[in-house]
Design a protein around this ligand. Structure first.
Ligand code: IPD
Length: 302
């Protein structure tokens, strides 16, 4: 019920703040040369994972388990380690303990915990907390999404400028894209082609160029999505996210009036082939999140 979700929100917000303290301390510790041994290569040089991902996930999972013993749990690290519960209608937490792991290792302050709740196979609650900047985004289905900046401030309803201004053309759009972890063909070519088309100027020899205002890469899917919800970005597009990257953000974005579309099995949305299709919708003032996930929850990176 709505009341249940309010209680869960209160609990998960406090949990996300506690997890955030571990993340902040970890990032500071890892900056010192003595901690460099804690950084391991996972899949390639870009896909860094540290002991902190596991530490934060274990803390979050154990805390959720004692409070909600019947709820299921899907987390990035336990999933990688082989704990892969199938998605059912049961309430299921879907958590990325540290989204923006590469940023975390480098001390680039766009790092967050992304904590979502799925019920009857739909994301219904999202909490995204960036402990580096002390910014907390929340979303609950039917109850809106909010941003809380700093420790004692009041929640501000998203989007910050309401209603968002329609754009006169794509050339006014600030767009987030990500290179992601998968640097293989054909993925890297598909991304490069899309990025080139987005910013390219046809009069300067880029066929099909759409002249978007600029591209950004924050390095965290959940924070890109939150920034669209906030109104700072007009569009976020990525190929290759995992459920824990987008579950919480989906609620935050949709409750802020954004359109969230992707091809992930869980989210049962249409996929869009390229940016051309969304140009007109951008003009209406609705912000857009397009995430094309690779496979489903059963296809986590090796
Ligand atoms: C990744 C980040 C990155 C995005 C990838 C995600 P991680 O999550 O959100 O920005 O491009 O698709 O997997 O590995 O930092 O938790």
């Amino acid at each position: 019920t709505a009341e249940d979700l309010k209680d869960i929100l209160e609990f998960t917000v406090s949990l996300a703040r506690k997890a955030g303290s571990i993340i902040r301390e970890g990032s500071e510790a890892i900056q010192s040369a003595s901690q460099q041994d804690g950084v391991n290569e996972k899949k390639n040089a870009i896909d860094l994972v540290t002991e902190y991902d596991v530490k934060v996930e274990e803390f979050v999972q154990n805390t959720l388990k004692s409070k909600y013993p019947t709820f299921k749990f899907i987390g990035e690290e336990s999933y990688s380690a082989g704990h892969r519960p199938p998605l059912t209608d049961d309430p299921t937490f879907c958590v990325d303990p540290i989204d923006g792991t590469t940023n975390f290792v480098h001390g680039f302050p766009f790092v967050c915990i992304s904590l979502g709740l799925i019920y009857k196979r739909r994301p219904v609650l999202g909490v995204i907390y960036n402990p580096m900047l002390d910014q907390l985004y929340t979303g609950v289905t039917g109850q809106g999404s909010f941003l809380i900046r700093g420790p004692n401030s009041e929640p501000v309803k998203l989007p910050l400028a309401s209603p968002p201004k329609p754009l006169h053309s794509l050339s006014q759009a600030l767009i987030a894209v990500e290179w992601g972890h998968d640097r293989q063909e054909p993925n890297i070519s598909a991304k490069s082609t899309s990025f080139r088309r987005l910013v390219g100027d046809p009069s300067k020899g880029v066929p099909g160029g759409k002249m978007a205002h600029a591209l950004r890469s924050v390095g965290s899917a959940a924070l890109n999505i939150s920034l669209v919800a906030q109104g700072g970005l007009d569009l976020y597009w990525e190929i290759g996210c995992y459920p824990w990257d987008v579950c919480a953000g989906m609620v935050v974005a949709e409750e802020a009036g954004c359109i969230f579309t992707g091809s992930h099995e869980i989210f049962k949305k249409q996929s869009l082939e390229d940016f051309g299709d969304i140009t007109e919708e951008i003009l209406t003032g609705r912000k857009y999140v397009v995430v094309r996930a690779i496979g489903d929850v059963g296809e986590k990176r090796k």
